[in-house]
Design a protein around this ligand. Structure first.
Ligand code: BTN
Length: 260
């Protein structure tokens, strides 16, 4: 089981990952993180589990992951910046993860709006950002990350759109080393977002983004339509051009690359 001692051994962060709650099995690391009191969970606290019995994904989906193969963890943050930057935390997260994957595996990961990480067009990582006021007036952000590391089998339904680092690289990946690198990259991205205009983070994210100029299918609630992805706006929404030539911003929902 990945625990606090392994994580802290050669961890190069100032605060991220210095407080750790680790489990063999839990309902959801995000749910556990949410109910921790602020004084039990300082900024940068990590909650990690080998298995989740009720892992949650975006858009009310489940997040299913076999025990002991992947990284399932949550980072608790108390941002020292406003909502306009808080909404960009998933961009900091996906960029940190993509950079950590590249550094540790030699693969070339890309970021897909709003907060997925893909390799060779297949999703290897998803993120669920939640917020609560906790027991004080300070905003508490719960950034949950599910990263497929050493999983080798996916259901028929998933195997054309999901993958893992082991499948894509052909080698077993050291999960502790990868987690440490993610925490280091994420701490740096958090500081970048905190100290500089958000355009700086978004420009870096754009360099790793997959969709721009491509035909996509947009899924908004139950409704889907074709469009071209143009850019990401300063508030994190996606600028698209619909088939009738109109430009629109998408704030929530999901997009996939159109193959026809
Ligand atoms: C997505 O739908 O792409 C987001 C998936 C997020 C899954 C992670 S796994 C760790 C954390 N705990 C949860 O219950 N969900 C997130």
């Amino acid at each position: 089981m990945i625990d606090k001692i392994q994580i802290s051994n050669h961890l190069n962060t100032k605060i991220f990952g210095h407080t750790v709650y680790s489990f063999e099995s839990i309902d959801s690391t995000n749910s556990f993180a949410k109910q921790l009191k602020n004084d039990e969970a300082p900024h940068g606290t990590v909650v990690i589990s080998e298995e989740q019995t009720s892992g949650r994904g975006r858009l009310q989906r489940n997040w299913i992951s076999p025990a002991g193969e992947n990284l399932l963890f949550t980072i608790i943050l108390y941002p020292d910046f406003g909502l306009e930057k808080i909404s960009l935390l998933p961009f900091a997260g996906s960029l940190a993860i993509a950079d950590a994957i590249d550094a540790i595996t030699g693969l070339s990961a890309t970021c897909k709006w709003p907060n997925d990480v893909l390799i060779n067009g297949k999703k290897v990582c998803g993120m669920l950002l939640e917020s609560s006021l906790g027991n004080s007036i300070q905003e508490k952000i719960i950034l949950g990350i599910g990263l497929n590391v050493n999983q080798t089998e996916f259901s028929d339904e998933l195997k054309f759109k999901a993958s893992s680092l082991q499948i894509e690289s052909g080698t077993i990946v050291n999960r502790v080393q990868l987690l440490q690198r993610i925490l280091e990259e994420l701490e740096n991205r958090y500081e970048q977002l905190s100290h500089f205009p958000q355009q700086r983070l978004l420009n870096d994210w754009r360099m790793k983004a997959l969709l721009f100029g491509k035909k996509i299918t947009v899924l908004e609630s139950e409704f889907s339509f074709s469009a071209t992805a143009i850019d990401v706006n300063e508030d994190g929404s996606l600028l698209i051009e619909t088939e009738d030539g109109n430009k629109r911003n998408i704030f929530a929902g999901d997009v996939s690359l159109a193959y026809n």
